[in-house]
Design a protein around this ligand. Structure first.
Ligand code: ADP
Ligand code: ASP
Ligand code: MG
Length: 410
């Protein structure tokens, strides 16, 4: 008998019929003799609907109240799923984040889980019940409801699996695994049987929203075997695990992309020490996170400085830069919020040269202009115009033959 944590995303609990189907899947796992803890998201579209309601009242709603509002979506689905399980003769009980005491810090809308009290869950399991826990939410030490950021139910599930020492954490969603790239952009994308925590973390950080970044961090830190599967059909899914357990080590495991990027350039600043910090200091003070950074080689005593931010922060970042342009002695501030980042990810890259060249060559042949480049040991990212996103993803998918099963590295 194993202990299994199953998480069902918004589409999987999108209507009553689907909730009943989830209940069947859960009950089947229970009948096989396993203890089951289920984490559910809000019904699809619900978190967006609630966010839009808040926006109608205030462009920047009070984060504490926003969390009270957003957490209601998951409270609806836990109750409905518990009812559906009971209707099928399977004893079950629902719990909000606060009830199982998923303790988080107080950073509303992006809280981090600090501790989970496993006693109430264990007690229910001992009594033969399925435990249904609301994803995406917790409670801070003062009893305020918090939420974990978009996609946070994945993190609830993995954190619960880690706390309970579960045998597997299964993430049921609307695709049947992790693919070489988003199958909605490249229909020829191939499902991966397994992928390393490190690669998955990189893919999630670079925009693959199939798993929340924090959930992969948790899984890696506590060595939780994590599997992404379809809630609509049976299949093996994709196992996310440590490098020594992964048999395939392809050169490139996948292509991730991020549509939420914008870039800003400060032109003609004096080429002297302290410029970067005088540009990025005020950006940091405005709570704007910076992603890629490029500073040109100076010419005529001046240089250009370019960086990217989340597209939502673009207007504010532009405002901040315009405010400091004069004191920086900058000639001009410019920006572009119609850019995207496309990245190749793979641990196999570590030991192979020439990948960047092959990537740039493939993009050049399609006339795609690269605006920025950044690399690390296991990824290469390029910034290109938004209109080239699909073409760039498909071009790279083909250039690196990702539709084919990988040749083993020797
Ligand atoms: P859920 O509501 O179940 O949490 P999400 O929408 O958060 O589901 O995540 C699943 C989606 O992730 C898929 O529908 C797919 O479009 C997207 N996705 C992005 N990159 C990938 C990838 N590499 N493999 C599989 N799915 C991906
Ligand atoms: N309901 C939340 C969201 O839409 C959390 C989740 O689905 O994981 O982001
Ligand atoms: Mg999700």
């Amino acid at each position: 008998m194993a202990l299994i944590v199953q998480k069902y995303g918004g589409t999987s609990v999108g209507d009553v019929e689907r909730i009943q189907r989830v209940a069947q899947r859960v009950a089947t796992t229970r009948r096989q003799g396993h203890d089951v803890v289920v984490v559910v998201s809000a019904m699809s579209g619900e978190t967006n609907r609630l966010t839009a309601l808040a926006q109608e009242i205030s462009p920047r709603p009070d984060p504490r109240e926003l969390d009270v509002l957003l957490s209601t979506g998951e409270q609806v689905t836990i109750a409905l799923l518990a009812m559906a399980l009971q209707a099928q003769g399977q004893p079950a009980r629902s719990f909000t984040g606060a009830q199982v005491r998923i303790l988080t810090d107080a950073a509303h809308t992006k809280a981090r889980i600090q501790a989970i009290d496993q006693a109430p869950i264990r007690e229910q399991l001992t009594q033969g019940r399925v435990v249904v826990v609301a994803g995406f939410q917790g409670v801070d030490e003062n009893g305020n409801i918090t939420t974990l950021g978009r996609g946070g139910s994945d993190t609830t599930a993995v954190a619960l699996a880690a706390a309970l020492g579960a045998d597997e954490c299964q993430i049921y969603t609307d695709v049947d695994g992790v693919y070489t790239t988003d199958p909605r952009v490249e229909p020829k994308a191939r499902r991966l049987d397994s992928v390393t925590y490190e690669e998955m973390l990189e893919m999630a950080s670079l925009g693959a929203k199939v798993l929340q970044i924090r959930s992969v961090e948790f899984a890696s830190k506590y060595n939780v075997p994590l599997r992404v599967l379809s809630s609509f059909e049976d299949g093996p899914g994709t196992l996310i695990t440590s490098e020594d357990q992964v048999m395939e080590k392809p050169l490139i495991s996948g292509i991730a992309f991020n549509r939420d990027e914008a870039k800003l350039t400060v032109m003609g600043v004096p080429d002297q020490p302290g410029v970067a910090s005088r540009i990025l200091g005020p950006i940091g003070q405005a709570n704007i996170e910076v992603d890629m950074i490029i500073q040109n080689v100076g010419a005529d005593g001046t240089t250009d400085f370019t960086f990217t931010v989340h597209r939502n922060d673009y207007p504010r970042a532009l405002e901040v830069l315009r405010g400091v342009a004069e004191s920086l002695g900058a000639r001009e501030i410019s920006g572009d919020d119609r850019i995207v980042k496309v990245s190749l990810v793979g641990v196999g890259m570590r030991s192979h040269a020439g990948i960047a060249g092959r990537m740039f060559d493939a993009l050049a042949k399609e006339g795609i202009n690269i605006r920025m480049i950044s690399t690390s040991e296991i990824k290469i990212s390029v910034v290109v115009d938004e209109k080239y996103l699909e073409l760039a993803v498909r071009t790279l998918h083909e250039a690196f033959e990702l539709e084919k099963a990988p040749a083993q590295l020797t």
